[in-house]
Design a protein around this ligand. Structure first.
Ligand SMILES: [Mg+2]
Length: 401
């Protein structure tokens, strides 16, 4: 793991897409632009800035939101579109600097320290990043820049929407102290009310009362933490996540009896999802692990290691089916309630020698073709015959593998 060191220059960027889901909807449907848009149904998952102007927040009950703004357009979430947009934006992040710490699907810290000579000052890098995300992905993104992660995040929140704000080194307290205490992460409604009751409304007033008073008001942990933040003390470096060592997926089956065909269809579906994630991450796997849970909540695993690494669905599925076949007597006796597969022994796909002959890799080419069709037309666009009419479960977006 690479850990960057604390510094006295403003070279940490917090890049955060604005109203991410709602912005993707407005990008893809021009009739939604300039209008209050709510993504979600029962609960508001995202609201466009036009909707936020009416007081709509996330998460909020959908009915309450519509009472605040009856003319809002409610759209259903399209998670695959958000996942694609996120991947494209993270590619731009990684193209900007190798030091990227993903926080969620729409937000990351970027450390651009040391890039000054090749890429110019941090503010220029941040502005170029914003232009690229706008031009290449079609989305507004706000960038805060400071000497610490905490201040960079506060800066991006202050600069929203579609803005850029740099806190100059030495100007940290001048920026921070006039802000309301609610700007500090860790100050929720309850803490804010306690502080207000003591006449403390700004971060500067909070800094001035001192640590002892804050600890007596809020308790030791919170008091000391908020005191440090109010003096802009945050030594946390940007952490670049280690790459995953395995990729897995599982399905709970319930207690009703399952036929061999039911189980096989679930295994096929899991292999297709895992294979696609493996190829999207440009990785190959050598070991397939089958995980099972039974009626009595006991568990068992079976694994098989291949002679050579692969990212091909047919090779992975062949191993998975052999593992399931070997466990069939156990499944019959104990009743299967959960089944999962993990792919481990991962390597980057460029580190692996292609097995000859190349032209025998027709199935690999088919996987890649199906992946690209699904990327363009959605997961359900192309499916195996055994999966037709079967619920594959909700696909929830996540950070790229
Ligand atoms: Mg965001």
């Amino acid at each position: 793991m690479f850990v960057s060191t604390p510094r006295t220059e403003a070279s940490i960027l917090h890049a955060d897409l604005d109203s991410f889901y709602a912005s993707v909807e407005q990008r893809d449907d021009s009739s939604l632009r300039g209008r209050p848009v709510i993504v979600g149904g029962g609960v508001v998952l995202a609201a466009s800035y036009e909707a936020k102007a009416f007081g709509i927040r996330t998460p909020m009950n959908g009915r309450d939101a519509l009472r605040l703004c009856p003319q809002a357009v409610v759209v259903h979430p399209r998670f695959s579109a958000y996942s694609d947009a996120s991947k494209a934006v993270f590619e731009i992040f990684r193209d900007t600097t190798p030091l990227v710490e993903g926080i969620s699907i729409d937000e990351a810290f970027l450390d651009v320290g040391g890039l000054r000579r090749i890429a110019g000052p941090a503010a220029d890098i941040g502005q170029r990043l914003r232009e690229r995300v706008r031009d290449e992905v079609g989305l507004p993104i706000t960038v805060g820049i400071a000497s610490t992660k905490f201040l960079a995040k506060v800066a991006s929140a202050v600069a929203k929407p579609d803005g850029l704000l740099l806190v100059p080194p030495g100007g940290e307290l001048k920026f921070l102290h006039p802000l309301p205490v609610e700007r500090l992460c860790g100050v929720g409604a309850v803490t804010a009310r306690k502080l207000h009751d003591h006449g403390i409304r700004t971060i500067g007033e909070m800094a001035d009362v001192g640590e002892t008073v804050l600890v007596s008001m809020l308790g030791g942990g919170a008091g000391r933490h908020l005191h440090d933040l109010s003096w802009a003390r945050d030594p946390r470096p940007v952490h670049v996540g280690r790459r995953r060592r395995s990729i897995g997926s599982q399905r709970a089956l319930g207690r009703r009896p399952k036929s061999a065909e039911d189980i096989d269809a679930i295994v096929v579906g899991i292999v297709e999802r895992l294979g696609k994630r493996l190829r999207a991450a440009h990785r190959v796997s050598r070991t397939v692990v089958l995980r099972m849970r039974f009626d009595d909540f006991t568990r068992a695993t079976r694994s098989h290691t291949l002679y050579e690494s692969t990212a091909r669905n047919d090779a992975i599925l062949g191993v998975a089916r052999r593992l399931v076949a070997g466990a069939t007597p156990m499944i019959g006796e104990r009743g299967l309630t959960l089944i999962g597969l993990s792919l481990t022994n991962l390597e980057n796909d460029d580190a692996v020698q292609l097995a000859l002959p190349f032209d025998a890799d027709a199935n690999g080419a088919l996987d890649v073709t199906i992946d690209s069709l699904r990327d363009r037309f959605g997961t359900a666009a192309v499916t195996r015959a055994v999966l037709l009419g079967r619920d594959q479960g909700m696909v929830v977006p996540m950070l790229p593998d």
